[in-house]
Design a protein around this ligand. Structure first.
Ligand code: SF4
Length: 379
């Protein structure tokens, strides 16, 4: 917990974290942000500054899941300590004041300006704003008022970025994301349900170090976290390439950790760094736990049918991948030496066959797909 007047060096010392740990964290942050290693020194200098970045954290149409993710850990990590050195001037769930006092804290922070505005939850645009009011103000008014003097705006979670659950059909409150309302300054989107706090930390570290938001994709998501599909880095990708699929919950393939594509995995259409960064301090993530990706960092994912596979249309053909099949009988080293080239060609062909069998789906419409006609490759 932050104590008044402390800088990060004092917080680290109090929490029993060495300077070596701190520099290691700065190095990890440079890696996470895809920056050259030497930039870790610039990050360390920025974090050691006695200047504490003020933060105003709004909660609008939300479930507080992103706040929970932010506060999740029982033992502090370097990442959390960095967030500790922020001056969180307003966060209705965790701040001590309430009622008029809380509103005054927000008004004072907005009047002072220069803060980072973090928004959790969607904004209601239906009617005259009656679906989400706090202290007599509509969610839209609250957002526009807080955005006016903000130095940077970060939308966290699928609700604040793309509308999330409140925007699911038929979207009765007219829920939208922050960037649909705020047009006169950049908004960085960190979607997810919830967002991964490590991605928020890295974005804040980038802002503290360079005074700017990280490079973003066309959906305003930072490229360091949302530059690649889940499918690209998934630990089950070898099974996808080999045509080894879970066909039923609890079947042999499920127990063996095979690919979850046929159980509705949205990994091939979802951009997020879940496979590498994981959750709960790197312990696990949904696919690692045996559940398909539900695409929570993509717009409109609550309208996707959770257990219906996406159509594959831009997957790298794995024709050069070796087979993951075990040989059915022993082959002598001499035979391997003689026929190495031929085996490579056969393995490539096996991969290509598995891929083409699977991607026949991509030329079909969803309604034409008959799950019963597709069986996993026999081994
Ligand atoms: S379809 Fe899903 S489970 Fe299978 S490899 Fe891709 S991301 Fe992993």
């Amino acid at each position: 917990m932050l104590r008044f007047g402390e800088n990060i060096q004092e917080i680290l010392a109090r929490e029993g974290m060495s300077r070596r740990d701190f520099l290691k964290f700065c190095s990890v942050m440079a890696g996470a942000l895809a920056l050259p290693h030497k930039e870790s020194l610039a990050i360390a200098r920025a974090l050691e500054s006695p200047h504490r970045l003020p933060v105003v954290w709004l909660e609008l149409q939300d479930c507080a899941g992103c706040s929970e993710a932010f506060l999740r850990s029982s033992s502090p990590t370097a990442a959390e300590l960095v967030l500790d050195v922020l001056s969180v001037d307003y966060h209705e769930t965790i701040m001590a004041p309430s009622g008029f006092q809380a509103e005054k804290s927000k008004d004072d922070a907005i009047a002072a300006g220069g803060y980072v505005l973090i928004v959790e939850g969607s904004i209601s645009t239906a009617g005259v704003g009656e679906y989400c009011c706090i202290a007599g103000k509509s969610s839209r008014f609250i957002l526009e008022e807080a955005a006016r003097n903000a130095a940077a705006i970060i939308a966290v979670g699928n609700c604040a970025t793309f509308g999330g659950i409140p925007a699911a059909n038929p979207n009765p409150t007219g829920a939208v994301g922050v960037w649909n309302i705020i047009k006169d300054k950049p908004v960085v989107n960190i979607p997810g349900c919830p967002m991964n706090p490590a991605n928020l930390t890295a974005t804040v570290v980038h802002f503290l170090t360079y005074g700017s938001l990280p490079e973003m994709d066309q959906l305003n998501r930072p490229l360091f976290a949302f530059g690649r599909r889940i499918h690209d880095n998934c630990e089950r990708r070898g099974h996808f390439d080999a045509g080894e699929f879970v066909m039923q919950w609890g079947d042999e393939g499920h127990r063996a950790g095979w690919c979850l594509y046929k159980m509705g995995c949205k990994g091939p259409a979802t951009f997020h760094n879940c496979p590498t960064i994981r959750f709960n301090e790197g312990v696990s993530w949904p696919i690692g736990s045996g559940h398909p990706c539900i695409g929570c960092s993509e717009p409109g994912f609550w309208n996707w049918e959770v257990y219906k596979p996406v159509i594959l249309n831009s997957v790298t053909p794995p024709t050069t991948y070796p087979s993951v099949e075990k040989p059915v009988r022993e082959i002598s080293p001499a035979s391997i030496a003689i026929s190495g080239t031929a085996i490579g060609a056969i393995a490539g062909a096996a991969g290509a066959f598995a891929y083409s069998a699977l991607t026949k789906r991509s030329s079909q419409t969803e309604s034409e797909i008959d799950e019963d006609s597709e069986t996993p490759v026999e081994h």
